[in-house]
Design a protein. Structure first.
Length: 362
């Protein structure tokens, strides 16, 4: 059998349809239907040959893990017994991986390497946002002080069903058997699709299954990074929120304030280098110059080399201030700290070209 080198027009048209379908599921902010979610969990346990668990619904992942913490303190004194009773059924992950790997191997043998790579890249590039932003939630939850280390260890493990992490594979699986007639396990697909389509996060244990609702709001910038100004980038119905500025998670003290109101003096007390860079980006250099009293080192025509003396970044902040001769507009750009003159800084900005070689300075 010869390898398929090119998609049919129908296949080419349908791939983005399936991609958008699964992307919408991963980024959905609709409340889960608890009846449908419960049925999906029931089917999953039946397929795995396990008795139906007690299903616990929570409005957010934080609420779920606080509940686990309470059960840990109130119901179990022996941690080994606790974890044994709450052990994840390995058959779930095995069913998931077997289903995906069979489709993957089938497509790998059916499609040319270039075509398979092209399809995979298209799906993964557009769906990667669904995985990345939930990883920020995981990292944020890890910083919560009222979740014990035992629970955090589980939180960081792979023992969970997260629709946004499985979404890429669900999309490829469905494309495989719908568009290319790949053989698949129908019960396994029913299990996987039911959990991903009808639930938020799912933590399936032997006797208890935790289901977390979806976020109430998700906000992104034009590069699909979590971003909001003066409000949460992720917000759940119970108030659990995560603030983010162009993909960088912010503490609430910064996130709840619009960047236009951020204060340059915060840079003097913020010890986290990444957060300092975000504050610098949000405050902009012109305000930093004014509020932190930048020192003028040198000037040449309409250019001025400035230095921020305060210790606000990992290295000294040197700025080139440029005034447009025709409009009077002031633009400020950061330059390396080894600049000795305004003219040298201009050459650096112009990729080594001296400004006098330009007929018109901009």
């Amino acid at each position: 059998m010869s390898l398929i080198e090119k998609l049919t027009p129908e296949q080419e048209a349908l791939i983005p349809v399936y991609r958008d379908k699964w992307r919408a599921i991963a980024l959905s902010t609709e409340r889960i239907d608890r009846e449908k979610a419960g049925e999906a969990v029931k089917i999953a346990y039946e397929v795995l040959g396990l008795p139906k668990p007690k299903i616990l619904f929570f409005d957010s992942p934080l609420a779920a893990f606080k509940s686990v913490n309470t059960n840990l303190k109130n119901s179990y004194s022996n941690l080994e017994k606790y974890w044994y009773r709450w052990n994840l059924p390995d058959n779930l992950l095995k069913t998931y991986h077997d289903l995906f790997n069979k489709i993957l191997n089938f497509l790998g043998e059916l499609l040319s390497e270039d075509l398979f790579s092209s399809i995979s890249n298209e799906l993964y590039f557009d769906l990667d946002i669904c995985f990345l932003f939930w990883q920020q939630i995981i990292q944020h939850l890890i910083t919560q002080e009222d979740i014990p280390n035992e629970v955090l260890s589980f939180l960081e493990s792979d023992m969970r069903v997260e629709p946004e992490e499985w979404i890429q594979r669900c999309c490829l699986i469905e494309i495989g058997f719908v568009l290319f007639n790949a053989p698949y396990n129908s019960k396994g697909w029913q299990l996987l699709r039911g959990l991903v389509e009808n639930c938020g996060w799912v933590y399936p244990f032997k006797e208890i299954c935790i289901v977390c609702d979806r976020p109430l709001h998700l906000r992104f910038d034009n590069e699909n990074r979590l971003h909001a100004e003066g409000e949460p980038a992720i917000e759940f119905t119970d108030g659990y929120s995560l603030y983010s500025y162009h993909g960088v998670t912010l503490p609430e003290k910064y996130g709840k304030i619009n960047p236009q109101q951020w204060q340059a003096e915060w840079l003097l007390t913020e010890h986290n280098a990444e957060l300092r860079r975000v504050l610098i980006q949000g405050i902009v250099y012109a305000r930093i110059c004014q509020e932190l009293q930048a020192i003028e080192l040198d000037s040449w025509q309409e250019y001025t080399l400035l230095k921020i003396d305060a210790d606000v970044d990992e290295e000294s902040i040197y700025l080139l201030k440029m005034i447009c001769p025709s409009t009077g507009f002031i633009h400020t750009l950061r330059v390396p700290p080894n600049m000795k003159s305004a003219r040298e800084a201009i050459r650096w900005v112009n990729w080594g070209v001296d400004p006098e070689t330009f007929g018109v300075q901009t």
